[in-house]
Design a protein around this ligand. Structure first.
Ligand code: G4P
Length: 525
């Protein structure tokens, strides 16, 4: 096929981390290497600063920025790199989870001093579920951090994935000397004040006395010992095992100092997957198929309240997308044409005539799309794999302005389509419950309902532990459970049965008392 080459040269991935580990800094350095930007500091952090909770304009501004940095594409060494940005703030974790459904691989950044943190654990869970290949970048080696072997143990244990170092730090903090690139057998030396690789020496054999000349005797001895230990303890690196999501290669460096980043990128383009086949309900879709298919994984509202238009982000799963061609919106069973699809090159957004599997395009949307919608050249196809996770916080939503009930309903519906939060309807009393990952989302919803829809809402706290999607092969047992737990049963937006457990104890008891029922914490099972 004429554009198979185009597809194979694409690398679509996300960089994820716990806030402050260095995701933004690493992204920026990658863009610098790709020539997509020319000065450091050009990429604005997509994270919503902690202080912003009470500063609405600040949040709005930052949400605006995050559109620009949603996808950053550039060419590097013959490859087309698509980096998908993810919100740093954990209250928007659901957004990040969904973005992970649109990438073919992931780079996880870990702070060498802090090790594996809460958010990293959660993100890795999603990668594991989807068997996404993962590379780990241990950052901030220019500061004192944990022992590298301890860090590797921690990653294996906490993230439940086998690791294999492909580079190795020579000391750290003030004494940081550089990294030995195991993958390319190269020694990269670092001088702190210079803030970049000052010397790169190829090494066929680390036992050569040359090493001493560069690092001094004690560090040379230590490096040899470390490398020997690595070879003894960790399995040899195998690309296929990485591609299956069973082993994570690990790189060490300092993003801020631009150190270890090029090594990471050079290895990344060689081993990271090109667009992978995607599972649809009906069949597996191969990226190199002739016909276009894609799905919406994110909807971003325009911040201008006068134009309630959004951008729907489409991950192209197969073939070639063309501007002004007719495509089928499967859920509506309607053909649509898109006159101004946009692509994202570094920080610019521009109209494109064509895009290929692996690419992300933005389609202007006036409420036609909902997260998870499939677009095709005509086929009746539904992409799977946009799971909803149980929210962590729940509130009843009440109308605070009886004259605006219609606006409220419409606003809530559209915001849920955008994936801002999850809506459940209590079967017992018909009341609407909004579930979120963090408090900030309730504030965003309230603000947006007022400013975009002219509707006012009130929250009534609801103390719940988890929303569990339930199923059972035994229809009678399922009915019996629903009857017994009638007050705690709800429907999600798609009408699926959800059990709202008010404490972990109650949930454990329910699991014990109703062995025929399966309880899921995600809606995709
Ligand atoms: P995030 O997107 O993962 O939240 O992290 P971000 O890149 O914003 O980095 C968080 C902080 O860590 C920043 O400092 C950044 O400069 C610093 N940092 C990133 N990489 C390194 C590194 O390799 N070494 C050291 N020492 N620091 C690093 P900040 O003071 O919070 O922000 P800023 O004022 O520097 O932007």
């Amino acid at each position: 096929m004429a554009y198979a080459e185009e597809i194979r040269r694409r690398r679509t991935f996300a960089i994820v981390s716990h806030p402050d580990a260095g995701k933004t800094t690493l992204t920026e350095k990658l863009l610098l290497f790709g020539g997509a930007i020319h000065v450091a500091g050009a990429v604005k952090s997509n994270k919503i600063k902690k202080t912003a909770t009470s500063d609405w304009m600040e949040i709005e501004k930052q949400r605006g920025i995050s559109v620009a940095t949603s996808v950053m594409a550039f060419d590097y060494a013959g490859h087309k790199i698509n980096i998908l940005d993810t919100p740093g703030h954990q209250d928007f974790a659901e957004d990040t989870f969904r973005t992970l459904t649109a990438v073919d691989s992931v780079i996880i950044v870990i702070d060498a001093a802090k090790g594996v943190e809460a958010q990293t654990r959660k993100l890795m869970e999603v990668c594991r579920m989807r068997k996404t290949p993962v590379i780990v970048f241990v950052n901030k080696l220019d500061r004192d951090g944990k022992d590298p072997f301890d860090l590797l143990d921690e990653v294996e244990e906490e993230l439940q994935i086998k690791v294999r170092p492909l580079s190795w730090p020579i000391d750290m903090g003030q004494r940081f000397k550089g990294v030995y690139n195991i993958y390319e057998k190269k020694l990269d030396l670092y001088t702190p004040s210079k803030q970049y690789v000052t010397e790169s020496v190829g090494f066929k054999d680390v036992n050569s006395p040359e090493l001493e000349k560069h690092t001094g005797a004690p560090l040379a001895v230590k490096l040899r010992e470390d490398l020997e230990l690595i070879e003894g303890v960790y399995p040899a690196f195998d690309v296929d095992t990485y591609l299956k999501g069973d082993i994570a290669p690990v790189f060490f460096g300092s993003a801020l100092n631009n150190f270890g980043v090029k090594e990471l990128l050079d290895c990344f383009i060689r081993i990271a997957p090109s667009p992978r086949p995607v599972q649809a309900l009906e069949r597996i879709v191969d990226p190199e198929e002739e016909n276009f298919t894609g799905f919406i994984f994110k909807i971003h509202a325009n911040m201008d309240p006068n134009h309630r238009s959004c951008i729907a982000f489409v991950k192209i799963c197969s073939g070639k997308f063309e501007r002004n061609a007719n495509y089928r919106h499967v859920r509506f069973d309607k053909m649509m044409r898109f006159g101004s699809p946009t692509a994202f090159m570094a920080q610019k957004k521009e109209v494109v005539d064509e895009a290929f599997a692996g690419d992300i395009i933005g389609l202007p949307d006036t409420g036609n799309f909902s997260i998870g919608d499939t677009l095709t050249a005509g086929e009746n196809l539904h992409f799977k794999g946009l799971p909803s996770f149980s929210p962590e916080m729940f509130n009843y939503i009440e109308n605070a302005d009886p004259m605006k009930a219609k606006q409220l309903n419409k606003g809530v519906e559209q915001l849920m389509d955008e994936g801002v939060a999850q809506l459940f309807t209590n079967r017992f009393n018909g009341r609407k419950i909004i579930g979120t990952v963090g408090q900030l989302q309730f504030e965003v919803i309230q603000y947006r309902l007022l400013h975009e829809y002219g509707a006012q809402c009130k929250w009534e706290p609801l103390s719940l532990y988890k929303a569990c999607w339930i199923e059972s092969g035994d229809a009678e047992a399922l009915e019996n459970f629903k009857k017994r737990k009638a007050q705690y049963m709800a429907w999600d937006k798609e009408g699926r049965d959800v059990y709202l457990a008010d404490s972990s104890y109650v949930l454990t008891m329910a699991q014990q008392d109703f062995p025929a029922i399966k309880f899921h914490f995600t809606s995709e099972f």
